[in-house]
Design a protein around this ligand. Sequence first.
Ligand SMILES: [Fe+2]
Length: 560
Amino acid sequence: MPKRVLGVNAVFHDPASAVVVGGRVVGAAEEERFTRRKHGKVPVAFSTWELPERSARWCLAYAGVTPEQLDAVAYSYDPGLAPARSEDVTADAWEGLRTLYVERAPLFLRTALPGLDPDVVRFVPHHVAHAASAYLASPFRSCAVLVLDGRGEAASHLAGHVCDGALEVLATQRLPHSLGLVYESLTVHLGFKRASDEYKVMALASYGRPSLLGELRDAMWTTGDGGFRAEPLDWKRFAPPVRPGDEWSAEHADLAASVQRRLEEILLELARWLHERTGERALALAGGVALNCVANSRIWREGPFDDVWVQPAAGDAGTALGGALFVARELGDSVSPMTAAALGRGWSDDELAGWLDRAGVVYERPDDVAEVAAETIARNGVVAWFEGRAEYGPRALGHRSLLADPRYPANLERLNKVKGREQFRPIAPMVLLERASQIFDGGPIPSPYMLFTHRVREDWAERIPAVVHVDGTARIQTVDPAEEPLTARMLRAYERRTGVPVVVNTSLNTAGRPMVDDPRDALECFGSARVDLLVMGPFAVRRPGSAAAARVVREQVLVG
Ligand SMILES: [Fe+2]
Protein backbone atom coordinates (compact mmCIF):
# COMPACT_ATOMS: atom_id res chain seq x y z
CA MET A 1 0.00 0.00 0.00
CA PRO A 2 1.59 3.32 -1.05
CA LYS A 3 2.08 5.65 1.86
CA ARG A 4 0.57 9.12 2.03
CA VAL A 5 2.83 11.65 3.69
CA LEU A 6 2.37 15.37 4.26
CA GLY A 7 5.48 17.46 4.93
CA VAL A 8 5.35 20.82 6.69
CA ASN A 9 7.90 23.50 7.40
CA ALA A 10 6.75 25.87 10.11
CA VAL A 11 9.55 26.75 12.52
CA PHE A 12 11.64 29.69 11.31
CA HIS A 13 10.53 31.18 8.02
CA ASP A 14 9.15 30.28 4.59
CA PRO A 15 6.42 27.97 5.85
CA ALA A 16 5.47 25.44 3.20
CA SER A 17 3.79 22.10 2.62
CA ALA A 18 4.41 19.13 0.39
CA VAL A 19 2.58 15.89 -0.24
CA VAL A 20 4.24 12.64 -1.25
CA VAL A 21 2.17 9.61 -2.27
CA GLY A 22 3.82 6.26 -2.92
CA GLY A 23 7.24 7.95 -2.83
CA ARG A 24 6.32 10.43 -5.56
CA VAL A 25 6.02 14.19 -5.01
CA VAL A 26 2.46 15.11 -5.93
CA GLY A 27 2.40 18.74 -4.82
CA ALA A 28 4.46 21.31 -2.94
CA ALA A 29 3.80 24.97 -2.26
CA GLU A 30 4.87 27.84 -0.08
CA GLU A 31 2.35 29.39 2.27
CA GLU A 32 3.20 32.94 1.12
CA ARG A 33 1.72 32.22 -2.31
CA PHE A 34 -1.66 31.66 -0.64
CA THR A 35 -1.62 34.29 2.11
CA ARG A 36 0.22 36.92 -0.02
CA ARG A 37 2.49 37.66 2.91
CA LYS A 38 6.13 37.56 1.77
CA HIS A 39 8.03 34.68 3.43
CA GLY A 40 4.83 33.59 5.15
CA LYS A 41 5.55 34.95 8.61
CA VAL A 42 7.95 36.88 10.80
CA PRO A 43 10.99 34.73 11.70
CA VAL A 44 10.65 34.95 15.49
CA ALA A 45 10.01 32.38 18.21
CA PHE A 46 6.47 33.69 18.77
CA SER A 47 5.40 32.70 15.26
CA THR A 48 6.46 29.06 15.59
CA TRP A 49 2.92 27.93 16.31
CA GLU A 50 1.71 29.26 12.96
CA LEU A 51 1.28 26.43 10.50
CA PRO A 52 1.21 26.44 6.70
CA GLU A 53 -2.50 25.69 6.86
CA ARG A 54 -3.58 26.81 3.44
CA SER A 55 -0.79 25.16 1.51
CA ALA A 56 -1.31 21.98 3.57
CA ARG A 57 -5.03 21.92 2.77
CA TRP A 58 -4.31 22.53 -0.89
CA CYS A 59 -1.69 19.75 -0.98
CA LEU A 60 -4.14 17.26 0.53
CA ALA A 61 -7.03 18.31 -1.71
CA TYR A 62 -4.82 18.16 -4.79
CA ALA A 63 -3.58 14.67 -3.89
CA GLY A 64 -7.13 13.56 -3.02
CA VAL A 65 -6.07 12.62 0.49
CA THR A 66 -8.03 13.41 3.65
CA PRO A 67 -6.27 14.16 6.96
CA GLU A 68 -7.60 10.82 8.33
CA GLN A 69 -5.90 8.95 5.49
CA LEU A 70 -2.43 10.35 6.14
CA ASP A 71 0.12 7.72 7.15
CA ALA A 72 2.45 10.41 8.46
CA VAL A 73 3.06 14.11 8.77
CA ALA A 74 6.74 15.06 8.60
CA TYR A 75 7.54 18.15 10.65
CA SER A 76 10.99 19.48 9.71
CA TYR A 77 12.36 20.20 13.18
CA ASP A 78 13.04 17.85 16.07
CA PRO A 79 12.45 19.46 19.49
CA GLY A 80 14.40 16.58 21.04
CA LEU A 81 17.58 17.98 19.45
CA ALA A 82 16.95 21.58 20.52
CA PRO A 83 18.61 22.94 23.68
CA ALA A 84 16.89 21.53 26.79
CA ARG A 85 13.94 23.71 27.68
CA SER A 86 13.94 25.29 31.14
CA GLU A 87 10.76 26.36 32.88
CA ASP A 88 11.47 29.92 31.81
CA VAL A 89 10.41 30.12 28.16
CA THR A 90 11.70 33.68 27.94
CA ALA A 91 15.35 32.59 28.41
CA ASP A 92 17.77 32.77 25.47
CA ALA A 93 15.59 35.04 23.36
CA TRP A 94 12.52 32.84 23.88
CA GLU A 95 14.23 29.70 22.59
CA GLY A 96 12.18 27.65 25.08
CA LEU A 97 8.97 29.08 23.67
CA ARG A 98 10.00 27.92 20.19
CA THR A 99 10.65 24.41 21.50
CA LEU A 100 7.39 24.36 23.44
CA TYR A 101 5.41 25.34 20.36
CA VAL A 102 7.12 22.66 18.28
CA GLU A 103 6.33 20.05 20.93
CA ARG A 104 2.68 21.09 20.70
CA ALA A 105 2.67 21.11 16.89
CA PRO A 106 0.86 17.75 16.57
CA LEU A 107 -2.10 19.23 18.45
CA PHE A 108 -1.99 22.45 16.45
CA LEU A 109 -1.94 20.34 13.28
CA ARG A 110 -5.03 18.46 14.41
CA THR A 111 -6.82 21.79 14.79
CA ALA A 112 -5.66 22.98 11.37
CA LEU A 113 -6.48 19.68 9.66
CA PRO A 114 -9.57 18.27 11.40
CA GLY A 115 -9.54 14.49 11.43
CA LEU A 116 -5.76 14.20 11.64
CA ASP A 117 -4.43 11.77 14.21
CA PRO A 118 -1.73 13.74 16.07
CA ASP A 119 0.18 10.49 16.66
CA VAL A 120 1.14 10.27 12.98
CA VAL A 121 3.23 13.44 13.25
CA ARG A 122 6.97 12.68 13.10
CA PHE A 123 9.71 15.16 13.87
CA VAL A 124 12.49 15.06 11.28
CA PRO A 125 15.76 16.81 12.24
CA HIS A 126 15.90 20.12 10.37
CA HIS A 127 19.15 19.43 8.53
CA VAL A 128 18.16 15.86 7.70
CA ALA A 129 15.02 17.32 6.07
CA HIS A 130 17.18 19.80 4.11
CA ALA A 131 19.57 17.01 3.14
CA ALA A 132 16.75 14.70 2.01
CA SER A 133 15.30 17.54 -0.10
CA ALA A 134 18.57 17.35 -2.02
CA TYR A 135 19.66 13.71 -2.12
CA LEU A 136 16.21 12.10 -2.41
CA ALA A 137 14.92 14.68 -4.92
CA SER A 138 18.12 14.58 -6.99
CA PRO A 139 18.76 12.09 -9.78
CA PHE A 140 21.56 10.45 -7.72
CA ARG A 141 21.13 7.17 -5.81
CA SER A 142 24.47 7.63 -4.11
CA CYS A 143 26.22 10.95 -3.56
CA ALA A 144 27.74 13.32 -1.06
CA VAL A 145 25.34 15.81 0.54
CA LEU A 146 26.08 19.20 2.06
CA VAL A 147 23.62 21.40 3.94
CA LEU A 148 24.35 24.92 5.16
CA ASP A 149 21.82 27.38 6.55
CA GLY A 150 21.34 29.90 9.34
CA ARG A 151 20.41 27.34 11.95
CA GLY A 152 18.42 24.23 12.76
CA GLU A 153 17.85 22.84 16.25
CA ALA A 154 21.46 23.21 17.47
CA ALA A 155 23.58 23.15 14.30
CA SER A 156 24.01 25.11 11.09
CA HIS A 157 25.48 22.45 8.81
CA LEU A 158 25.42 18.80 7.88
CA ALA A 159 27.81 16.85 5.68
CA GLY A 160 26.83 13.33 4.75
CA HIS A 161 27.30 10.30 2.54
CA VAL A 162 24.28 8.80 0.80
CA CYS A 163 24.43 5.18 -0.34
CA ASP A 164 21.38 3.83 -2.13
CA GLY A 165 19.18 6.49 -0.61
CA ALA A 166 20.39 6.00 2.99
CA LEU A 167 22.06 8.92 4.75
CA GLU A 168 25.15 8.58 6.92
CA VAL A 169 25.92 11.85 8.71
CA LEU A 170 29.67 12.51 8.64
CA ALA A 171 29.88 15.95 10.24
CA THR A 172 27.71 18.68 11.68
CA GLN A 173 28.71 22.12 12.86
CA ARG A 174 27.06 23.17 16.07
CA LEU A 175 25.91 26.70 16.80
CA PRO A 176 26.87 29.44 17.40
CA HIS A 177 29.10 28.87 14.37
CA SER A 178 26.96 29.49 11.32
CA LEU A 179 27.87 30.75 7.85
CA GLY A 180 24.20 31.45 7.22
CA LEU A 181 23.90 33.62 10.33
CA VAL A 182 27.08 35.54 9.41
CA TYR A 183 25.57 36.28 6.01
CA GLU A 184 22.22 37.18 7.61
CA SER A 185 23.82 39.63 10.02
CA LEU A 186 25.69 41.30 7.16
CA THR A 187 22.38 41.47 5.28
CA VAL A 188 20.89 43.47 8.15
CA HIS A 189 24.00 45.68 8.45
CA LEU A 190 23.65 46.56 4.77
CA GLY A 191 20.07 47.72 5.32
CA PHE A 192 18.31 44.63 3.94
CA LYS A 193 15.88 42.21 5.50
CA ARG A 194 17.15 39.25 7.50
CA ALA A 195 16.36 35.75 6.21
CA SER A 196 14.94 37.31 3.08
CA ASP A 197 17.32 39.58 1.22
CA GLU A 198 20.60 37.66 1.37
CA TYR A 199 20.63 37.42 -2.43
CA LYS A 200 20.83 41.24 -2.55
CA VAL A 201 24.13 41.06 -0.65
CA MET A 202 25.35 38.61 -3.28
CA ALA A 203 24.31 41.03 -6.04
CA LEU A 204 25.96 43.99 -4.26
CA ALA A 205 29.15 41.91 -3.80
CA SER A 206 29.79 41.88 -7.53
CA TYR A 207 30.22 45.67 -7.44
CA GLY A 208 33.00 45.49 -4.84
CA ARG A 209 36.54 44.19 -4.35
CA PRO A 210 37.31 41.58 -1.67
CA SER A 211 39.69 44.00 0.04
CA LEU A 212 38.94 42.68 3.56
CA LEU A 213 39.59 39.04 2.79
CA GLY A 214 42.59 38.84 5.14
CA GLU A 215 40.56 39.88 8.16
CA LEU A 216 37.71 37.58 7.22
CA ARG A 217 40.07 34.64 6.92
CA ASP A 218 41.02 35.28 10.55
CA ALA A 219 37.36 35.22 11.59
CA MET A 220 36.04 32.30 9.53
CA TRP A 221 37.92 29.07 8.80
CA THR A 222 37.44 25.36 8.29
CA THR A 223 38.61 23.02 11.04
CA GLY A 224 39.77 20.04 8.97
CA ASP A 225 37.12 17.69 10.38
CA GLY A 226 34.31 18.69 8.03
CA GLY A 227 33.25 21.67 10.16
CA PHE A 228 34.22 25.32 10.52
CA ARG A 229 34.36 28.30 12.82
CA ALA A 230 32.63 31.61 12.23
CA GLU A 231 33.47 34.18 14.89
CA PRO A 232 31.15 37.15 15.43
CA LEU A 233 32.26 40.22 13.51
CA ASP A 234 31.58 43.84 14.23
CA TRP A 235 30.67 44.99 10.72
CA LYS A 236 30.89 48.64 11.79
CA ARG A 237 34.67 48.25 11.80
CA PHE A 238 34.55 47.87 8.04
CA ALA A 239 31.62 50.03 6.93
CA PRO A 240 28.86 52.01 8.66
CA PRO A 241 25.41 50.42 8.91
CA VAL A 242 23.02 51.32 6.10
CA ARG A 243 19.84 52.95 7.43
CA PRO A 244 16.61 53.31 5.45
CA GLY A 245 17.13 55.91 2.75
CA ASP A 246 20.97 55.70 2.93
CA GLU A 247 22.98 55.01 -0.19
CA TRP A 248 25.36 52.07 -0.48
CA SER A 249 28.98 53.10 -0.88
CA ALA A 250 32.08 51.37 -2.27
CA GLU A 251 32.92 50.38 1.32
CA HIS A 252 29.67 48.43 1.57
CA ALA A 253 30.21 46.75 -1.76
CA ASP A 254 33.79 45.81 -0.74
CA LEU A 255 32.54 44.36 2.53
CA ALA A 256 29.88 42.32 0.71
CA ALA A 257 32.48 41.17 -1.83
CA SER A 258 34.88 40.10 0.94
CA VAL A 259 32.29 38.09 2.87
CA GLN A 260 30.99 36.53 -0.34
CA ARG A 261 34.51 35.52 -1.39
CA ARG A 262 35.30 34.06 2.05
CA LEU A 263 32.04 32.09 1.99
CA GLU A 264 32.99 30.64 -1.40
CA GLU A 265 36.45 29.64 -0.12
CA ILE A 266 34.99 27.87 2.90
CA LEU A 267 32.38 26.07 0.84
CA LEU A 268 35.09 24.84 -1.51
CA GLU A 269 37.14 23.55 1.42
CA LEU A 270 34.09 21.78 2.90
CA ALA A 271 33.33 20.26 -0.50
CA ARG A 272 36.92 18.99 -0.86
CA TRP A 273 36.82 17.41 2.60
CA LEU A 274 33.52 15.73 1.79
CA HIS A 275 34.80 14.44 -1.54
CA GLU A 276 37.86 12.95 0.15
CA ARG A 277 35.72 11.23 2.77
CA THR A 278 33.06 9.85 0.42
CA GLY A 279 34.84 9.34 -2.89
CA GLU A 280 31.53 10.14 -4.56
CA ARG A 281 31.42 11.85 -7.94
CA ALA A 282 28.18 13.77 -7.27
CA LEU A 283 27.22 16.36 -4.69
CA ALA A 284 23.69 17.33 -3.61
CA LEU A 285 23.26 20.73 -1.94
CA ALA A 286 20.51 22.33 0.14
CA GLY A 287 19.99 24.87 2.93
CA GLY A 288 19.55 28.61 2.47
CA VAL A 289 23.26 29.06 1.67
CA ALA A 290 22.75 26.83 -1.40
CA LEU A 291 20.63 29.62 -2.94
CA ASN A 292 23.93 31.49 -3.34
CA CYS A 293 24.33 30.78 -7.05
CA VAL A 294 27.74 32.46 -7.27
CA ALA A 295 29.12 30.09 -4.62
CA ASN A 296 27.36 27.11 -6.26
CA SER A 297 29.10 27.91 -9.53
CA ARG A 298 32.50 28.02 -7.89
CA ILE A 299 31.81 24.61 -6.32
CA TRP A 300 30.82 23.35 -9.77
CA ARG A 301 33.83 24.89 -11.53
CA GLU A 302 36.60 24.50 -8.97
CA GLY A 303 35.29 21.81 -6.62
CA PRO A 304 36.18 18.12 -6.75
CA PHE A 305 32.75 16.79 -7.81
CA ASP A 306 31.83 15.96 -11.43
CA ASP A 307 28.18 16.75 -10.88
CA VAL A 308 26.41 19.17 -8.51
CA TRP A 309 22.64 19.22 -7.99
CA VAL A 310 20.93 21.91 -5.91
CA GLN A 311 17.39 21.65 -4.54
CA PRO A 312 15.47 24.54 -6.17
CA ALA A 313 13.66 25.22 -2.88
CA ALA A 314 16.98 25.15 -1.02
CA GLY A 315 15.74 27.47 1.76
CA ASP A 316 13.53 26.32 4.62
CA ALA A 317 10.49 25.88 2.36
CA GLY A 318 12.27 22.88 0.87
CA THR A 319 12.35 21.07 4.22
CA ALA A 320 8.61 20.37 3.81
CA LEU A 321 9.44 18.31 0.73
CA GLY A 322 12.62 16.83 2.20
CA GLY A 323 10.87 15.79 5.41
CA ALA A 324 8.03 14.13 3.49
CA LEU A 325 10.42 12.24 1.18
CA PHE A 326 12.53 11.14 4.14
CA VAL A 327 9.54 9.74 6.04
CA ALA A 328 8.08 8.11 2.90
CA ARG A 329 11.35 6.23 2.47
CA GLU A 330 11.43 5.27 6.15
CA LEU A 331 7.92 3.84 5.75
CA GLY A 332 9.17 1.58 2.99
CA ASP A 333 8.25 3.42 -0.20
CA SER A 334 10.83 3.74 -2.93
CA VAL A 335 11.25 7.43 -3.59
CA SER A 336 11.29 8.99 -7.07
CA PRO A 337 13.42 12.06 -7.80
CA MET A 338 11.63 15.31 -8.59
CA THR A 339 11.64 16.17 -12.28
CA ALA A 340 10.36 19.75 -12.20
CA ALA A 341 9.85 22.61 -9.77
CA ALA A 342 6.30 23.24 -11.06
CA LEU A 343 4.67 21.53 -8.09
CA GLY A 344 2.18 24.23 -7.03
CA ARG A 345 -1.29 25.28 -8.11
CA GLY A 346 -2.56 25.31 -11.68
CA TRP A 347 -5.89 26.04 -13.40
CA SER A 348 -7.84 24.56 -16.30
CA ASP A 349 -8.54 26.66 -19.41
CA ASP A 350 -12.20 26.95 -18.38
CA GLU A 351 -11.27 28.19 -14.94
CA LEU A 352 -8.91 30.77 -16.43
CA ALA A 353 -11.62 31.96 -18.83
CA GLY A 354 -13.93 32.32 -15.83
CA TRP A 355 -11.43 34.58 -14.08
CA LEU A 356 -11.00 36.72 -17.21
CA ASP A 357 -14.77 37.00 -17.68
CA ARG A 358 -15.27 38.04 -14.08
CA ALA A 359 -12.56 40.69 -14.42
CA GLY A 360 -14.34 42.01 -17.51
CA VAL A 361 -11.12 42.41 -19.50
CA VAL A 362 -10.95 42.03 -23.25
CA TYR A 363 -9.10 38.83 -24.08
CA GLU A 364 -8.58 36.51 -26.98
CA ARG A 365 -7.61 32.93 -27.61
CA PRO A 366 -4.97 33.12 -30.35
CA ASP A 367 -3.81 30.08 -32.34
CA ASP A 368 -0.63 30.04 -30.28
CA VAL A 369 0.06 32.32 -27.30
CA ALA A 370 3.77 31.55 -27.73
CA GLU A 371 3.75 33.49 -31.03
CA VAL A 372 1.83 36.43 -29.53
CA ALA A 373 4.20 36.63 -26.57
CA ALA A 374 7.29 36.38 -28.80
CA GLU A 375 5.96 39.11 -31.08
CA THR A 376 5.32 41.43 -28.12
CA ILE A 377 8.77 40.80 -26.62
CA ALA A 378 10.45 41.30 -30.00
CA ARG A 379 8.70 44.69 -30.18
CA ASN A 380 10.23 45.46 -26.79
CA GLY A 381 7.10 44.85 -24.75
CA VAL A 382 6.94 43.30 -21.29
CA VAL A 383 4.92 40.09 -20.99
CA ALA A 384 3.39 38.58 -17.87
CA TRP A 385 3.56 34.84 -18.49
CA PHE A 386 1.23 32.70 -16.38
CA GLU A 387 1.39 29.07 -17.48
CA GLY A 388 0.82 25.71 -15.82
CA ARG A 389 1.56 24.97 -12.20
CA ALA A 390 3.32 27.48 -9.94
CA GLU A 391 6.96 26.98 -9.02
CA TYR A 392 8.07 25.61 -5.67
CA GLY A 393 11.03 27.70 -4.43
CA PRO A 394 12.00 31.32 -4.94
CA ARG A 395 12.73 31.29 -8.69
CA ALA A 396 10.32 31.92 -11.53
CA LEU A 397 11.00 29.24 -14.12
CA GLY A 398 8.62 30.10 -16.91
CA HIS A 399 5.38 29.45 -15.07
CA ARG A 400 4.96 32.75 -13.21
CA SER A 401 7.42 34.96 -15.09
CA LEU A 402 7.85 38.46 -16.45
CA LEU A 403 9.47 38.27 -19.88
CA ALA A 404 11.22 41.02 -21.80
CA ASP A 405 13.67 41.72 -24.59
CA PRO A 406 17.32 41.20 -23.58
CA ARG A 407 18.73 43.25 -26.47
CA TYR A 408 18.12 46.63 -24.85
CA PRO A 409 20.25 47.57 -21.81
CA ALA A 410 17.52 49.92 -20.59
CA ASN A 411 15.28 46.92 -19.91
CA LEU A 412 17.23 46.21 -16.72
CA GLU A 413 16.18 49.54 -15.22
CA ARG A 414 12.73 49.24 -16.73
CA LEU A 415 12.03 45.86 -15.13
CA ASN A 416 13.55 46.86 -11.81
CA LYS A 417 11.16 49.84 -11.90
CA VAL A 418 8.18 47.64 -12.77
CA LYS A 419 9.10 45.46 -9.83
CA GLY A 420 10.10 48.31 -7.48
CA ARG A 421 13.56 46.82 -6.89
CA GLU A 422 17.01 48.26 -6.26
CA GLN A 423 18.82 49.17 -9.44
CA PHE A 424 21.89 47.05 -8.64
CA ARG A 425 19.80 43.89 -8.94
CA PRO A 426 20.43 41.90 -12.11
CA ILE A 427 17.75 40.30 -14.25
CA ALA A 428 18.26 36.84 -15.59
CA PRO A 429 17.93 35.14 -18.96
CA MET A 430 16.12 32.00 -20.04
CA VAL A 431 17.71 30.29 -23.02
CA LEU A 432 16.88 27.39 -25.28
CA LEU A 433 18.80 24.37 -23.99
CA GLU A 434 20.21 23.48 -27.40
CA ARG A 435 21.71 26.95 -27.82
CA ALA A 436 22.86 27.54 -24.23
CA SER A 437 26.48 26.42 -24.57
CA GLN A 438 27.02 28.68 -27.60
CA ILE A 439 26.17 31.70 -25.45
CA PHE A 440 27.14 30.79 -21.88
CA ASP A 441 29.93 28.84 -20.19
CA GLY A 442 31.51 28.38 -16.78
CA GLY A 443 28.49 26.64 -15.24
CA PRO A 444 26.47 23.47 -15.64
CA ILE A 445 24.30 23.05 -18.73
CA PRO A 446 21.48 22.11 -18.50
CA SER A 447 20.68 24.45 -15.62
CA PRO A 448 16.87 24.33 -15.35
CA TYR A 449 16.50 25.89 -11.90
CA MET A 450 18.58 29.10 -12.05
CA LEU A 451 20.90 28.04 -9.25
CA PHE A 452 24.25 28.75 -10.91
CA THR A 453 25.81 31.72 -12.63
CA HIS A 454 27.45 31.38 -16.03
CA ARG A 455 29.83 33.60 -17.97
CA VAL A 456 28.34 35.26 -21.01
CA ARG A 457 30.56 34.59 -24.02
CA GLU A 458 32.13 37.77 -25.32
CA ASP A 459 30.50 37.76 -28.73
CA TRP A 460 27.09 37.45 -27.09
CA ALA A 461 27.48 39.94 -24.25
CA GLU A 462 26.80 42.91 -26.49
CA ARG A 463 23.80 41.21 -28.08
CA ILE A 464 21.96 40.59 -24.80
CA PRO A 465 23.17 43.47 -22.59
CA ALA A 466 20.08 43.58 -20.33
CA VAL A 467 20.93 40.22 -18.76
CA VAL A 468 24.71 40.57 -18.43
CA HIS A 469 25.61 41.39 -14.84
CA VAL A 470 28.36 43.89 -14.04
CA ASP A 471 30.84 41.00 -13.60
CA GLY A 472 30.07 39.54 -17.03
CA THR A 473 27.91 36.68 -15.71
CA ALA A 474 24.26 35.69 -15.91
CA ARG A 475 22.10 33.38 -13.79
CA ILE A 476 20.60 31.35 -16.58
CA GLN A 477 17.64 29.03 -16.88
CA THR A 478 17.98 26.51 -19.69
CA VAL A 479 14.67 25.51 -21.29
CA ASP A 480 14.41 21.95 -22.56
CA PRO A 481 11.67 21.62 -25.21
CA ALA A 482 10.93 18.10 -23.95
CA GLU A 483 10.14 19.42 -20.46
CA GLU A 484 8.77 22.89 -21.21
CA PRO A 485 7.31 22.73 -24.74
CA LEU A 486 5.30 25.95 -24.57
CA THR A 487 8.11 28.10 -23.17
CA ALA A 488 10.53 26.56 -25.69
CA ARG A 489 8.11 27.40 -28.50
CA MET A 490 7.97 31.01 -27.30
CA LEU A 491 11.78 31.17 -27.26
CA ARG A 492 11.99 29.70 -30.76
CA ALA A 493 9.36 32.12 -32.03
CA TYR A 494 11.35 35.00 -30.53
CA GLU A 495 14.57 33.66 -32.06
CA ARG A 496 12.92 33.46 -35.48
CA ARG A 497 12.15 37.17 -35.24
CA THR A 498 15.44 38.37 -33.73
CA GLY A 499 18.13 35.70 -34.13
CA VAL A 500 18.45 35.60 -30.32
CA PRO A 501 17.34 32.45 -28.41
CA VAL A 502 17.38 34.30 -25.07
CA VAL A 503 14.61 36.18 -23.25
CA VAL A 504 14.70 38.09 -19.96
CA ASN A 505 12.95 36.09 -17.25
CA THR A 506 12.20 37.53 -13.84
CA SER A 507 9.59 36.56 -11.30
CA LEU A 508 6.03 37.72 -11.81
CA ASN A 509 5.43 39.99 -8.84
CA THR A 510 5.77 43.59 -7.80
CA ALA A 511 7.70 45.18 -4.95
CA GLY A 512 7.62 43.33 -1.66
CA ARG A 513 4.95 40.85 -2.75
CA PRO A 514 5.25 37.11 -3.10
CA MET A 515 5.29 35.69 -6.59
CA VAL A 516 1.95 35.65 -8.38
CA ASP A 517 0.27 32.31 -7.79
CA ASP A 518 -3.39 32.35 -8.79
CA PRO A 519 -5.20 34.06 -11.69
CA ARG A 520 -6.46 36.85 -9.46
CA ASP A 521 -2.86 37.71 -8.47
CA ALA A 522 -1.92 37.75 -12.15
CA LEU A 523 -4.77 40.12 -13.03
CA GLU A 524 -3.94 42.39 -10.09
CA CYS A 525 -0.30 42.47 -11.14
CA PHE A 526 -1.26 43.23 -14.74
CA GLY A 527 -3.59 45.97 -13.57
CA SER A 528 -1.03 47.66 -11.37
CA ALA A 529 2.22 47.37 -13.33
CA ARG A 530 3.37 48.53 -16.75
CA VAL A 531 3.04 45.20 -18.49
CA ASP A 532 2.08 45.14 -22.18
CA LEU A 533 0.62 41.67 -22.45
CA LEU A 534 -0.76 39.14 -20.00
CA VAL A 535 -0.66 35.56 -21.19
CA MET A 536 -2.71 33.21 -19.05
CA GLY A 537 -2.98 29.62 -20.26
CA PRO A 538 -4.15 29.81 -23.90
CA PHE A 539 -5.45 33.37 -23.47
CA ALA A 540 -3.88 36.75 -24.13
CA VAL A 541 -4.85 40.14 -22.69
CA ARG A 542 -3.33 43.12 -24.50
CA ARG A 543 -2.77 46.41 -22.68
CA PRO A 544 -4.94 49.00 -24.42
CA GLY A 545 -2.74 51.56 -26.18
CA SER A 546 0.42 49.44 -26.01
CA ALA A 547 2.22 49.54 -29.34
CA ALA A 548 4.25 46.45 -28.45
CA ALA A 549 1.15 44.40 -27.76
CA ALA A 550 -0.94 45.72 -30.66
CA ARG A 551 -2.18 43.16 -33.16
CA VAL A 552 0.02 42.69 -36.21
CA VAL A 553 -1.91 43.80 -39.27
CA ARG A 554 -0.59 42.22 -42.41
CA GLU A 555 0.46 44.75 -44.98
CA GLN A 556 -1.98 44.90 -47.82
CA VAL A 557 -0.61 45.03 -51.32
CA LEU A 558 -2.56 47.51 -53.35
CA VAL A 559 -2.64 46.81 -57.04
CA GLY A 560 -3.23 49.47 -59.67
FE1 LIG B 1 17.10 25.74 7.35
